[in-house]
Write a protein that binds this ligand. Structure first.
Ligand SMILES: Cc1cc2nc3c(=O)[nH]c(=O)nc-3n(C[C@H](O)[C@H](O)[C@H](O)COP(=O)(O)OP(=O)(O)OC[C@H]3O[C@@H](n4cnc5c(N)ncnc54)[C@H](O)[C@@H]3O)c2cc1C
Length: 284
């Protein structure tokens, strides 16, 4: 504790935050208590994000930042009190601790004014979440061996390389790949088409089954492509190393869609013979 910082100021800070937590970790946030701890980072994510934004609105994110950068200028002892009270309240695991505790302080110490202006406010407001991409398949401890490079072409940076072990990166960038984005749009359009068709009077069940089976099978393949390399390993969302996640299950189950309840070939026979009135298939 610094000489200018009294024990009272730490206890005042602690009491203020404890009171705030008691008043606010209630109602729609009450169920979040204890959620999202180590190994459960994906738990109740949307709720935890809303909670952290609520903290930001009330000035309880980035408390250790200097006031000039939007923080409370909390001392180390006050920050310890903050974290102790947070844990005692059984408040949910934070979602932007990497931005708040790693990137933010680094930028304050080493960033340009432009970088500070651009990146510090959305970290504090929990509008932009951060992860850190240091490790590569051949460079973990040996960070000097990282191979990822950025090159400037026509005013745009191209980053080339492979990262691994990236905590809190739920997203792998696949949805912004134009080809994947196109397939996602088609999947959504297909769903709308199925809805509209199902509501049409006289809709033919065989046509619906054919379309739905193909659509669902394609969705499973799309899910695997969006998940990327992670889809190849069985490391379930709940910690069991042999457990499949929801997308892997969807993919495997959707392989059966064109079989159960009458295979595609049978549905096509029905459409051909009963709807289009084509000659019956020759039976052996
Ligand atoms: C749960 C988890 C989350 C992670 N999150 C992130 C993240 O968000 N972002 C990110 O960039 N990385 C992340 N990492 C990666 C982490 O930083 C690396 O796993 C770690 O640095 C070790 O690197 P490595 O796995 O490549 O092992 P290696 O560097 O290949 O090391 C293998 C073994 O050799 C030993 N070894 C290596 N070099 C030496 C040496 N010079 N002297 C003595 N022993 C040595 C190591 O101690 C280790 O036991 C995460 C890892 C885990 C497990």
């Amino acid at each position: 504790m610094s000489s200018v910082e009294s024990a009272e100021s730490v206890e005042e800070f602690r009491a203020e935050f404890r009171g705030w937590l008691r008043a606010h970790l209630t109602g729609r946030f009450a169920d979040l208590k204890g959620r999202g701890g180590p190994g459960r980072e994906h738990e109740a994510f949307a709720g935890r994000l809303a909670w952290e934004r609520h903290m930001a609105e009330h000035g309880w994110t980035c408390v250790g930042r200097p006031v000039d950068y939007g923080g409370r200028g909390a001392s180390t002892a006050q920050q310890v009190a903050f974290h102790e009270e947070y844990a005692l309240a059984d408040a949910p695991a934070r979602v932007n601790h990497i931005g708040e505790q790693l990137l933010g302080p680094t930028l304050i110490d080493h960033g340009t004014d432009e970088q500070k202006r651009r990146f510090l406010p959305p970290i504090r407001a929990v509008e932009e979440l951060w992860c850190q991409g240091y490790s590569e398949p051949d460079a973990g401890s040996d960070l000097a061996g990282v191979r990822t490079r950025a090159a400037l072409h026509d005013g745009r940076w191209t980053v080339d390389g492979q990262k691994t072990w990236t905590s809190l990166a739920r997203a792998n960038g696949a949805p912004v790949d134009p080809l994947v984005a196109d397939r996602l749009a088609r999947a959504w359009t297909g769903l709308q088409a199925m809805r509209a068709t199902a509501l049409r009077p006289g809709a033919a069940p065989s046509m619906a089954k054919l379309y739905c089976a193909r659509w669902h099978r394609d969705l499973g393949e799309l899910a695997m492509d969006v998940c990327g390399a992670a889809s190849l390993t069985a490391a379930g969302a709940h910690g069991d190393p042999y457990e499949l996640d929801d997308w892997q299950r969807l993919f495997l189950f959707s392989r059966a869609d064109t079989l159960y309840a009458g295979s595609d070939e049978i549905q096509r026979n029905i459409v051909a013979e009963r709807i289009l009135g084509l000659p019956k298939e020759v039976r052996a």
